[in-house]
Design a protein around this ligand. Structure first.
Ligand SMILES: [Zn+2]
Length: 298
């Protein structure tokens, strides 16, 4: 029997090329405001592209960007997309105290809600930096009114990831309340979770990798995929910043091909915002056992 196409989540982390964590310590924060702004044009191109394909997406916007460009946030919202939070200052969660993190996510939520004129319910940490030692961040997010998080990557990576955590959206119960976790997508190959849906993996590996991975998630598991990209990833003209060889490959490779790839991806699969793939809080009975996906919590 033919199944209807699975709707996947298209998500964009709205930040500029110099906000990326690999440039922490290379580009002082005090320089951000005087660097050439490219996030407006790049996000605008993504909005045009989504308009052309009739796709609605979720935009995790950095508060720092929203504060300077509230009209961009308003445009995202008025085009029918979801505005969510990428925090305010792009600091890694595990480098912050809980109090500083609370201030960061609260400030971002206020700025974004004012600009979007809509509630902001979702959060994604810079560089997926909710890891075993920063799980306290989930309590802060719950207390600050966030309903879902998309920061726990179930992979092994040098800077982030909880390899044993759930691969599909699941509910987390904490003493402070509940939050839905919606991880970026992986496919399971033997003992490994391999990232298949976005960012560097989308740019650095052939497109067929992404297509194979999302198809596998949709068809074998009958689950939606969660894909992510940044506006700077479709901008081959962005100024080059100094960084090490590995970072240079991760950040700059194939920038000129990404927009064409994204067009193919938009045509090959069905897409929607995060809410299209999230379980509701009421679905808890079906999610029994999901807690076991994150053993660090219990
Ligand atoms: Zn980011």
């Amino acid at each position: 029997m033919q199944h209807p196409p699975v709707v996947n989540a298209m998500t964009i982390d709205v930040e500029d090329y110099y906000h990326v964590s690999v440039f922490d310590g290379v580009i002082p924060r005090s320089d951000w405001a005087r660097l050439e702004c490219r996030v407006l044009d790049n996000t605008s191109r993504l909005l045009d592209l989504f308009g052309e394909f009739g796709v609605r997406a979720t935009f995790f916007v950095l508060g720092w960007v929203a504060e300077r460009h509230p009209s961009l946030v308003a445009r995202i919202a008025s085009a029918g997309h979801e505005v969510a939070s990428h925090g305010y200052g792009h600091r890694l969660v595990y480098d912050q105290t809980p109090a500083a993190f609370r201030e960061d996510v609260r400030k971002a939520k206020t700025i974004l809600e004012n600009a979007a004129q809509a509630p902001v319910l979702g959060y994604r940490a810079p560089s997926y930096s909710i890891v075993p030692q920063s799980l306290w961040a989930l309590d802060v997010l719950i207390e600050e009114g966030y309903a879902y998080d998309s920061s726990i990557f179930p992979i092994r990576h040098d800077r982030y990831g909880i390899p044993v955590s759930g691969r599909h959206p699941y509910l987390i119960e904490r003493s402070s309340g509940r939050i839905i976790e919606a991880p970026a997508s992986t496919t399971r190959l033997g003992p490994l979770n391999l990232p298949v849906a976005g960012g560097g993996y989308f740019r650095l590996l052939p497109y067929q990798w992404t297509k194979w991975g999302i198809t596998r998630v949709n068809q074998r598991e009958q689950k939606p995929a969660i894909f992510y990209l940044h506006p700077w990833e479709i901008d081959p003209q962005q100024p080059r910043l100094p960084c090490g060889l590995l970072s240079r490959v991760r950040h700059y490779r194939n920038l000129g091909q990404t927009e064409a790839r994204l067009r193919t991806l938009l045509a090959d699969f069905a897409w929607g915002p995060m809410k299209a793939v999230l379980p509701s809080f009421e679905e808890r009975p079906q999610l029994a056992g999901a807690n076991a996906a994150l053993p660090y919590l219990w």
